[in-house]
Design a protein around this ligand. Structure first.
Ligand code: FAD
Ligand code: FES
Length: 259
């Protein structure tokens, strides 16, 4: 597939939780974006010291306005630089990249469980919107470190039932998303998840035999299949069998790759 790259203009940049920003970009490149779970590779600014792009998931798309929303945590040098960019600034974006969540796996009327942790929550919002449009019934379980980190509870509530968990117990249920799933006896036809590796490992251990899909947000370099920084091994595969998270993923069927 031909690489897509363009300059998008910042039309909104708001802090939605502690050190977490909702960034809305506008421009022609957005017309190529439609698959939930794909990501954009963002050049945070034009300075020489931050040449490496940062991968950030698509959290929402408004095709009519040609706007894409991302939600990111400003944790390191690059994302902090991005958070300092103001409305009206142009940002260099490569994408959409990767293989997103398979929407067709959830049929009309089926129960879908969205399980997100921290910066893994954003791509599940656009996924949930598309699933609801397709007639699936969506329940979301969203985990955060603390109350100050919680974002997008209301938008998710518009899609269906929402359960929030915080690790320190300051909001919602105390503990992890997996605790909530057990306590509430939540079941599903299809599960989609994105979040930290320990969470994805726990879900894989439980739901290996189920219709479940996980998105990996851990390792990335070039974003386009050229550098091998994102390689992961296939479960029970030969030593030479691998997948590239950037081009084969970031979404994989549960149990396909070694976490
Ligand atoms: C497919 C994908 C989707 C993602 N979606 C989101 C999202 O929607 N919201 C969000 O907040 N974060 C997301 N991330 C994580 C985000 O890319 C990292 O938090 C970010 O790159 C860290 O950059 P930094 O400038 O804060 O840190 P720095 O420490 O300055 O980063 C240094 C280098 O390491 C890389 N790096 C560091 N941590 C990560 C990481 N966890 N994943 C990938 N590369 C990393 C950076 O890209 C950069 O090249 C996603 C990651 C991937 C792979
Ligand atoms: S990030 Fe370079 S090959 Fe995947």
């Amino acid at each position: 597939m031909r690489k897509k790259q363009g300059r998008l203009t910042i039309v909104k940049q708001t802090e939605v939780a502690r050190d977490s920003y909702e960034l809305v970009l506008e421009g022609e490149l957005v017309k190529h974006m439609s698959q939930p779970g794909q990501f954009l590779h963002v050049r945070v600014d034009e300075s020489e010291d931050l040449l490496l792009r940062r991968p950030i998931s698509i959290a929402n798309i408004d095709p009519e306005k040609e706007q894409v929303t991302m939600i990111y945590r400003a944790g390191g040098a690059g994302t902090k630089r991005l958070a300092a960019q103001r409305v009206g600034t142009e940002v260099d974006v490569l994408g959409p990249l990767g293989q997103g969540f398979p929407l067709e796996e959830a049929k009309r009327g089926e129960e879908v469980l969205l399980v997100g942790g921290g910066i893994g929550v954003p791509p599940l919002y656009y996924l949930g919107r598309r699933l609801v449009e397709n007639g699936a019934r969506v329940t979301s379980v969203l985990g955060f470190a603390s109350q100050a980190d919680v974002f997008y509870e209301q938008p998710f509530k518009q899609l269906g039932n929402v359960h929030i968990a915080t690790a320190d117990g300051s909001y919602g249920a105390p503990g992890f998303v997996t605790d909530v799933i057990s306590q509430q006896s939540l079941d599903f036809d299809v599960l989609y998840s994105c979040g930290p590796t320990p969470m994805l490992k726990a879900l894989t251990a439980r739901y290996r035999e189920r219709r479940a899909f996980i998105s990996l947000e851990e390792r990335m370099g070039c974003g386009v299949g050229a550098c091998f920084a994102c390689v992961c091994h296939v479960e029970n595969g030969q030593a030479h069998e691998y997948r590239k998270i950037c081009t084969d993923g970031p979404v994989f069927p549960v149990g396909e790759v070694v976490l």
